[in-house]
Design a protein around this ligand. Structure first.
Ligand code: SF4
Length: 282
């Protein structure tokens, strides 16, 4: 039996410009020198990382960085803390800096706030590379939290400046701001969520409603993948999360279904195309 499914890939899904920039830069150097070190996964998508590893990309951890000398190392779109630049200088490492301009701008704002002795709170994921880079701008004095419950135990100052990791949910950021204002704090709140994520949020809401089934393609480590998947799921309960084409199951569909495929800012188009090919075999 053929399911005769109508499958559409969302034209607005796929890499954001920050990720395109980092991957283009990596591929250019890989073509020239055959290998390139990259500090951490270049993108939160295992399939894309494997594709680039096959071309010579060598992923190293922060612990491994000081063991290199006289090498080129790529800094991915998430950016880095000042400590990384210091190590690179000491070890004569050439940093190929693909930090996203949006992240660099945010790092700069946080540094200025910190220099002005403001108390800083960052709404972000603990241990996330971007958040480590942001916190590094404050000599690690900023308080990072991922939900309001964490602040219940914290000894917060009366007045503080609030920032957000670029890939958090806009809705949640404003809920947090409101709640903290209700609790009587004086807050300078900066919505620093990347428009590539917040605009996609809106676009995906209307995309998800148009189809019987939604297949959301993303790596499990992607922060905005989680946010955007939840957006789809809220609008269309028949939304399934997959990281690759093999995870798709035929019994998710009924004959004649319309199926929308979409993904995170770290999901490559080629992967969404593989997912489409797989669905079309049903
Ligand atoms: S989501 Fe925004 S901030 Fe993050 S890499 Fe992409 S463009 Fe840059």
């Amino acid at each position: 039996m053929s399911y005769n499914l109508q499958v559409t890939i969302d034209g607005d899904s796929g890499f954001c410009f920050g990720v395109v920039y980092a991957i283009d830069m990596a591929e250019e150097i890989l073509a020239e020198q055959g290998y390139l070190y990259c500090l951490g996964d270049i993108v939160h998508n295992d399939e894309e990382v494997e594709r680039l590893k096959a071309k010579g990309l060598r992923i190293i951890s922060h612990e491994e960085l000081p063991s290199l000398e006289n090498e080129k190392v790529l800094i991915r779109a998430h950016g880095e803390a000042p400590e990384t630049y210091k190590i690179a200088l000491e070890k004569n490492i050439t940093l190929i800096d693909a930090s996203c301009p949006v992240v660099l701008k945010l790092q700069n704002r946080i540094k200025n706030s910190s220099d002005d002795k403001e108390q800083i709170l960052i709404f972000g994921k603990h241990g996330h590379a971007e958040v480590i880079g942001l916190q590094g701008q404050t000599n690690n004095t900023a308080l990072v939290f991922q939900d309001l419950a964490e602040l219940d135990q914290a000894d917060l100052p009366k007045t503080f400046t609030l920032y957000s990791q670029t890939t958090k949910s806009t809705e949640k950021f404003y809920q947090i701001k409101e709640e903290l204002l209700n609790r009587g704090y004086e807050i300078k709140a900066n919505d620093t969520i990347c428009r590539q994520v917040s605009n996609r949020d809106k676009e995906l809401r209307s995309f998800a409603e148009k189809f019987d089934k939604i297949i959301f393609v993303s790596g499990t480590k992607s922060s905005n993948g989680k946010v955007l998947y939840n957006v789809c799921k809220e609008k269309n309960p028949s939304t399934h999360f997959v990281s690759n084409a093999d995870q798709i199951e035929a019994d998710w569909f009924v004959p004649g279904d319309s199926v929308g495929i979409c993904g995170a800012t770290s999901t490559p188009l080629w992967l969404m195309e593989q997912v489409r090919e797989r669905i079309l075999t049903f």
